[in-house]
Design a protein around this ligand. Structure first.
Ligand code: NAD
Length: 411
């Protein structure tokens, strides 16, 4: 089974639970359009290398396609289509007027110079410019791309159009149309949904022991904000190792330490014990937040997970088999398409600000993010009660309901 077919398993489950006509899923069974382009780039040594790029618009039923562009050697069409499908579902759960899209270039960005990356990015935009615009498809950063990549994209697209078109991508630098609060948005959203889960299960932050895998952008902001709410973060990790203190770690100190660019194994000297990432996942705790990579909780370790609640901050951290095992054990899993939607929600706000040419203060962005993601959380929670199903299936039910209704109305 390819990745795209696997990704549709919870969607098919949602159709079964909702007793929908299976043909309802046909509207999102395949992407509306996928473009493959070749990208010739003059390298620093004078040679020309041809890269392969993709842009997939999975669905535009709810609005323009929205989704990141990934620079990675493993990028392929199946992956791009699957990621675009997830974006359709994520935007629909979050209640955004967006469809789903994704792009990628097969390359090794860490082995390329800044000049080579800029030329690659500009030519990619030239090649896909016929199918993107602020009203049709809006790219954003993903693995291997960042605000600088988006800034080049804006510049190239604006040159092609002969005017500044800030709304063509999101995740830009604040100086050229980026939104305040975008950088922290995914972690902040994770914090909001975690606090909502605590409320639903009568848990107080100060009584909660939380474990977080991955102290990158998403994990470190989630850790910082949850610690500020009074939760005890007992273990965190990065790619180098994990650290643990059953009485709670000094998150503010760790955040400052990691900000200096070192990893945890390099010499963090706070009060803690070093453990492995595998051990971290199996620690006794109330809430586990995988915020690093996909496929971390698998059939191999799911039985040993002791958390009562898993908040999927990373994309796809739980395999299909592991999901079944956790479900049978009674572990509540809040799915990625809801938990990490804070990023795309604030991307939407960035685009709205660009279209209005009117920029908001960070407090305003954060308050609007809270309202949107807590609303989505409640919709998913209510659907899980109504249909007596897991939060993952409930999230797909919410998404599918919105997509099917929009399709019916559009005819
Ligand atoms: P990041 O690169 O900033 O951080 C990743 C973290 O994971 C780092 O601390 C890294 O050291 C750690 N890590 C890497 N390999 C590891 C391993 N083998 N074991 C344990 N830790 C490891 O990435 P990020 O932006 O924080 O994204 C994290 C996850 O969240 C990804 O799955 C990403 O797709 C997802 N996500 C991110 C955003 C966003 O806005 N950044 C939005 C939605 C989803």
């Amino acid at each position: 089974m390819n990745l795209f077919e696997m990704a549709k398993i919870p969607l098919n489950k949602a159709i079964e639970v909702m007793k929908l006509d299976p043909s309802a899923a046909d509207i999102i069974a395949t992407p509306e359009r996928t473009l493959e382009v070749s990208i010739p780039v003059r390298m620093d040594d004078g040679t020309t290398k041809v890269f392969t790029g993709y842009r997939s618009q999975h669905s535009t039923i709810m609005g323009p396609a929205k989704g990141g562009v990934r620079y990675h050697p493993g990028v392929n069409m199946d992956e791009v289509k699957t990621l675009a499908f997830w974006m359709t579902c994520k935007c629909a759960v979050a209640g955004l007027p967006y469809g789903g899209g994704k792009g990628g270039i097969v390359c090794r960005p860490r082995e390329m110079s800044k000049g080579e990356l800029e030329r690659l990015t500009r030519t990619y935009i030239d090649k896909i410019s016929a199918i993107i615009s602020p009203n049709t498809d809006i790219p954003a950063p993903d693995v291997g791309t960042n605000a600088q990549t988006m800034d080049w994209m804006v510049d190239e697209y604006s040159k092609l159009k002969g005017e500044s078109v800030y709304g063509i991508v999101t995740g830009k630098s604040i100086e050229i149309g980026g939104s305040k609060g975008r950088n922290e948005a995914t972690g902040r959203g994770v914090c909001f949904v975690t606090l909502e889960m605590m409320k639903k299960y009568n848990m107080k932050p100060e009584d909660c022991k939380i474990v977080i895998q991955g102290m990158g952008n998403v994990g470190s902001i989630s850790a910082k904000l949850l610690a500020e709410e009074g939760a005890k973060i007992i273990a965190v990790s990065d790619v180098s190792c994990a650290i643990y203190n059953e009485n709670g770690l000094d998150i503010a100190g760790i955040y400052k330490y990691l900000d200096s660019g070192k990893n945890l194994l390099d010499g963090y000297t706070g009060d803690c014990k070093r453990i492995t990432n595998a051990e971290l996942l199996e620690l006794p705790c109330d809430i586990l937040i995988p915020a690093a990579l996909e496929n971390q909780i698998t059939a191999e370790n799911a039985d040993r997970i002791k958390a009562k609640i898993v908040i999927e901050a990373a994309n796809g951290p739980t395999s299909v088999e592991a999901d079944e095992i956790l479900n049978k054990k009674g572990v509540k899993v809040l799915p990625d398409i809801l938990s990490n939607s804070g990023g795309v929600i604030v991307s939407y706000f960035e685009w709205v600000q660009n279209l209005q040419n009117f920029y908001w203060e960070e407090d305003d962005v954060n308050a609007k993010l809270k309202r949107q993601i807590v609303g989505a959380f409640n919709d998913v929670f209510d659907a899980s009660e109504k249909y007596d199903c897991t939060f993952r299936v409930a999230a797909y039910i919410v998404a599918l309901n919105r997509l099917v209704t929009a399709k019916k109305l559009r005819g």
